[in-house]
Design a protein around this ligand. Structure first.
Ligand code: TXA
Ligand code: MG
Length: 306
């Protein structure tokens, strides 16, 4: 069994020998491999149980690396990344010849982001850009601590090859915002750590919103769900009533502090499962700022199961 470490040297050695490293980021933990090593990248899919067609984000040390990984960067994308990186923003751009098919699932675009966590930035700076999805089993809740990664993937990682780099609890707690620059006008595909209002303000333009329920699925993971059912409510009174009807339920919602709601969302869903809760009753926050991302994840967690 693997023990999480804070030693970046061990993470550097793991990447260099083609192993996987669970990396802390400001959003959630990622399961990373050297983005230039096809065998290492393929192992990410095995360990996660993720279908091969699902593309991975390439994590860069800084915005200067952007041109190596893309064939064309529109002015709007340059403006946005200059303002938002390092930070919780992923941009989809036309890929360059450097990008492995294993990373994009054969798509013409690649997802790129510069994460803000100092340990992970050091790791990338000392090795290579890192391909990484969130470090959870496919379809389950993203990990926001090293202990979550260990609980989800500990028995699937190889202690002689892989490392879990412990950088503490993720301060944002929901995944990056994804903006697709391969369409005109650009589209927000996933609400995340950079609020959509802020993306528009930074770009000085209105974007098409593709995050609604009608969006064609298959590309983005469909569930961010705990094992127990999730019931959504709009008010505290409804939450109280639902809780009275359902013994053993857990109520979630700190709607007056949306940053805290986002930061603790996934750990609360995990804690409900660990405590054997009968269900989670979650208050939907207003659709503003980080509330967009929290609503999106809660709606997915509450959607009918496959
Ligand atoms: O905050 C984050 O984005 C975290 C941290 C680790 O960086 N990563 C993350 O990765 O959430 P993942 O793989 O769990 O979610 C990324 C989503 C996936 O749904 C994937 O299908 C989509 O982004 N994606 C990545 N590259 C894409 C591409 N070229 N075209 C379309 N969708 C893409
Ligand atoms: Mg994920």
């Amino acid at each position: 069994m693997l023990t999480p470490t804070t030693d970046v040297d061990r993470a550097v050695a793991a990447i260099e020998r083609g192993g996987l490293v669970a990396i802390p980021t400001e959003t959630v933990y990622g399961l990373a491999a050297d983005a230039t090593n096809p065998a290492a990248v393929r192992r990410i899919f095995e360990v996660k149980g993720r279908p091969a067609g699902h593309p991975l984000i390439v994590h860069l040390a800084d915005a200067a690396a952007l041109d190596d990984w893309t064939s064309d960067v529109p002015a709007g994308a340059r403006t946005l990344v200059a303002l938002a990186w390092p930070g919780p923003l992923t941009v989809l751009l036309p890929r360059s010849g450097l990008v492995l098919d294993e990373i994009t699932g054969g798509r013409a675009s690649v997802g790129l982001r510069v994460p803000a966590h100092p340990l992970t930035r050091e790791l990338i700076g000392r090795t290579h850009p890192l391909a990484a999805p969130s470090a959870n089993r496919f379809g389950s809740v993203s990990p926001t601590t090293a202990a979550h990664v260990l609980a989800d993937l500990g028995d699937r990682l190889d202690p002689d090859l892989d490392v879990i780099l412990d950088g503490g609890a993720c301060p944002i707690g929901v995944e990056s915002t994804i903006v697709d620059f391969c369409v005109d006008p650009p589209q927000i595909l996933r609400a995340g750590g950079v609020p959509p209002e802020q993306v528009e303000a930074l770009m000085g333009a209105d974007l098409a919103d593709a995050t609604g329920p009608s969006r064609a699925s298959g590309m983005l993971e469909s569930h961010y769900a705990p094992r127990c059912p999730v019931i959504l409510v709009d008010t505290q009174d409804e939450a109280d009533a639902a809780a009275r009807d359902r013994p053993g339920s857990v109520v979630l919602g700190v709607t007056d502090d949306i940053a805290q709601y986002a930061r603790t969302l996934y750990s609360s869903l995990r804690a409900a499962d660990d405590a054997g809760a009968s269900c989670v009753i979650a208050l939907l926050p207003p659709a503003a700022g980080l509330g967009h991302a929290v609503r999106d994840r809660l709606l997915k967690a509450a959607a009918p199961r496959r």
